[in-house]
Ligand binder design. Structure first.
Ligand code: HEC
Length: 170
């Protein structure tokens, strides 16, 4: 049985303590920084957290649908991760195609509530990109090509990132 105080364990433990100490130090300095900000006017705070994303306005119903779609995307991504970890490319393909693929674009029959209708052109393009990437992912996964599958996976998450860094709805 391994002794926890064995010399081989010591450097690792020391390392861990170093990181914990560093983390504690950082959290304290952030907390202090935050507290000093509170003394200033709210305006100062707003300036600190300038939001450069473009606000996209849409009717409540459309925004609600977008929101549901987003939570769904996150769950789908999580499922994909699970199947990739299990090396189950076939199921990963299935989930990506049905949960995030191009077939989703026509999901809502009523035009007025389709979130895409209210998106600026560039934003809509990123939305399409996500669906194309998902379709590419499914194709590569069905072919059993792991590298291409992972490349398409990165293409998927890049679309999530690109849109979130550029747009907000409130
Ligand atoms: C075409 C743009 C676009 C793409 C692509 C996109 N999102 Fe979003 N997402 C949004 C917008 C807009 C919001 C609302 C953010 C806001 O209003 O602050 C949002 C919000 C979210 C939220 C927060 C939901 C909540 O409970 O508030 C999650 C989670 C999310 N997206 C996940 C994803 C994931 C995962 C992907 C990629 C697989 C993705 N999104 C791709 C536009 C996009």
């Amino acid at each position: 049985m391994k002794n926890i105080h064995s010399p081989s364990e010591t450097p690792r433990t020391g390392n861990k303590f170093f990181w914990l100490a560093a983390l504690a130090f950082l959290s304290v300095s952030f907390a202090v920084h935050g507290a000093s900000q509170k003394d200033d006017s709210g305006e100062e705070l707003d300036k600190q957290f300038t939001d450069f994303r473009t606000l996209v306005e849409m009717p409540d119903k459309a925004r609600q649908i977008l929101h549901e779609d987003m939570l769904d995307h996150l769950a789908v991504l999580n499922e994909i991760n699970r199947y990739l970890a299990e090396n189950n490319l076939r199921s990963a393909a299935e989930v990506a195609e049905t949960g995030m693929g191009r077939s989703l674009l026509a999901k809502y029959q009523d035009e007025d509530i389709r979130p895409g209708r209210y998106m600026p052109k560039e934003m809509r393009k990123i939305g399409w990109e996500l669906h194309y990437a998902a379709t590419e992912f499914a194709t590569a996964a069905r072919q059993g090509n792991l590298q291409k599958t992972l490349q398409a996976y990165h293409r998927i998450t890049s679309a999530c990132v690109a849109c979130h860094y550029s747009y907000r709805t409130r």
